[in-house]
Design a protein. Sequence first.
Length: 396
Amino acid sequence: MRNVVDFLSSLGHALAARGLYAEGHPARQRATAASLEELRDLTADDPEVHFTFLSGEVVYRGRVLRELRWEWASRLEGIGIERLEFIGAVPGEEYQRFLDELHHRLDDKPGEPIAARQFASASIRFGPVTMGQAELDQIALRTASTTIAMSLGDEAETIGWVHSEVQAGSALPLLETETVVRSLAFTMHAESRLMLPLLQLKEFDEYTTTHASNVAVLAMGLAEYVGMGPREVRAIGVAGLLHDLGKVRIPKDILTKPGTLTPEERQVIERHPVEGARIILADRNQLDMAAVVAYEHHLWLDERGYPSLKFRRDAHYVSRLVHVCDIYDALCTDRPYRHALASEVAIDLLSEQSGIGIEPDLTTAFTRMIREARLQRLTIDDPVVRVGSGGRTGPA
């Protein structure tokens, strides 16, 4: 990793030099030349260098470089650069233009749109990890005449691993959590219209995994439907994925009990919002919204639900959004004490609570989204499904 650290340090120096010295200054030229040399040393060992910047962390070759505190990671994220790639031998002029572009953006000056470089054929590529709607539309058009493979097996396995890590007392694996959210978001836009890939329960002990994935998908779909931007949608996806995290601390025999819960068992179940918020807040990553959603997602507008609040207040808007998605998926999933309801029946039950216990505007938007989108039901061990322009093979 020595080459990686040396290159990132030189990149930071080259950017800092652009802020200190005018164009053509020898110090600026030396910093550029030194950084290019470090990059060429790095690409000699790794012809395809990929960096990802997440919450101020640097990810290289799928590993978070926690030993490296590179201050420029957060600054680049702040201007929408979450991904940085160098392919092969980078020409000196191209590297200089790249540094100038970053400097202009960091200095809040107009430059070439990042989206224009996202898929450009060049030795250097950079841009957001979460793709904007225009880019997704372009991808949808390109896939209209082809098909892509879609399976949620890896995502479900990762969610289960995240739960087991937290259950064992380890820190919340944020990188893996955000990776699942990005993967789900990409799958949702594999066609020209919104697709909602939802996991179908086969065994009751899969419920926590399948429900987390489904609520993340539904919450991202609804957030997008009501007009939120990519960054907000991704954050809501993380909140949806973690909303029931507190259930890892509930005994499995209570979670999967087929009969009526005792008052004592009900108290254990109703502790999971508090436990989930505590787990998330204990992590050093700033996931305040996810913690709020974990705490509030069982609160109703008419003061039903849990946990009990000492002082009455409205739940956060995102908590109310996730609440709608949570109820719908719970109704549409087999439970130990009842069979899954059909989608339209679940929608009708949501409508009955609209304005009483559930946010009416969100209920209306959710209903429209479900009826306009294509729902794709999969079990965790389903074979790969092919999706494309109106046609597919595999299970429905």
